[in-house]
Design a protein around this ligand. Sequence first.
Ligand code: GLY
Length: 577
Amino acid sequence: MKYSLFFLLALAGIICCQTGCRNQAVNTSFNPFDYSIQKTISCTNGAVVSAHPLASKAGVMMLEQGGNAVDAAIATQLALAVVYPGAGNLGGGGFMVARLKDGKTIALDYREKAPSAASRDMYLDSAGNPVMRLSQHGHLSAGVPGTVAGLFASMKYASLPFPELIQPAIDLAEKGFTITAAEASALNHTQEAFRQYNTSKIIFIKHEGWKPGDTLVQTDLSETLKRMRDKGQKGFYEGETARLIVSEMKKANGIISPDDLKNYEAKERKPVEFTYKGHTIISMPLPSSGGIILQQCLKIIENREIGKMGFLSAPAVQLMTEAERRAYADRAEFMGDEDFVKVPVHTLTSDAYLTKRMSDYVAGKAGNSQFVKPGNINPESEETTHLSVADKWGNVVAVTTTLNGGYGSKTVVSGAGFLLNNEMDDFSAKPGVPNMYGALGTEANAIEPNKRMLSSMTPTIVLKDNDPYLVVGTPGGTTIPTSVFQTIVNIIDFGLSASDAVNKPKFHHQWMPDEIFIEKDFPAGVTDSLKEMGYTISSRGSIGRTELIKIEKDKTGEGYILEAVADKRGDDSAEGY
Ligand code: GLY
């Protein structure tokens, strides 16, 4: 028998306690060698949507064992670190936004930070030009990882013991799991980079190439997870794992030190909170720009009757584009880690400021970013990952975490089995020079020791009548806030179903470059109308992988009906019971 006793026990437990699922019989198995992707589910007891079916199942298992949405989010993140190595992570960072059943709202920041030996010009050559290879690949591109500190900080709101939450991840790493076609393809595309940025043999390199259905066993990673299980946060930031990280750093000019690891702290922040057409929006504050961009965009369109313009109509796309243009210009100019720089958040989000920002908006005529040096979108994939969770008590959790690029720095910590991030590229290596997402920045986001690099991640919760209504977020680099913006407007203003709100074509404008990026299935007629208005349009691959849970009160008014949607654009899967 290929799968572990743990999974069989879990299977028995799950069979006994199924009740609420509507569009699949029951979630009767957790077999890591035989599983399928499920794009939508309607449930009453709890739901998890993430980038991988096995991770979503690990989360639902915790709900079934009596855990709450935070327990499920922790188990899902840990499982993602095993089954989705391109973005799920221990060696990266992220943010959690939650709203608990008692009304408490939480924004937990576990973004990576610059090592203490980092300096403003560390990626510039002798002529003062940025060497992007250094900020985007290999040891020097890694910030001090924050994810593990975030997991332990969120334990304050969990109800199950950590060893229980981490066990599915340990089993998946130790016994292995079957990889999907998408994972095989992504691993195959990264073989050369893995060879280039590792000095030791790593598990992700396979001479004959990966095939769908291959088994991935990660023994070193399972030992790292066991040290976390047995020693808590110190099992990662001190002791053997810390020693392995520092020893990896020394192999190729990396600068993360033992003190950087020991001193890393997750921080609770005050969430971004505002109203939009009677709904309350709760999102991530700095060091993510996501919540502020979302607030600016929604507030700009709030009084302009966008619903009447129609979903994906040229006037609606134009209005949203011009809101995005202005928000991203502000991101580039003003935003950075507020622990280090003063950011005029209050002004940036005030009605008076946003009204003035739109004073030069002309319906039917393209705006102009008036910037001499165009940004440059690098084809590097935008491998962040998002998970949304809701439980039967009304707790809701949105978590977005990242390694930055696909497989992060491409460097695996030898002996510890996890990839390090390349998040240092989210700083502005040189003010005015675009990073790999084409994002520009100024001094506000310049590198300083221990500073957190500006993010776009936008884990978001929407309340309706003071009850949870939407849990939403996505990967996608700079396209993250605009995808969340569109998903919310698709539901609130255009009345789309949860599934259409996620899966219909998306578009994106980020001030520079001055172009509207559209997905391949964006309607041609709308593209033509936008061109006539004066816009430059660029077609690109998929935009985001949005994970959404829509929540309605049931007939009794006591319970919830949860509609979970996993984005069509990847292996993303919705699970529930
Ligand atoms: N690395 C992507 C982000 O944090 O926005």
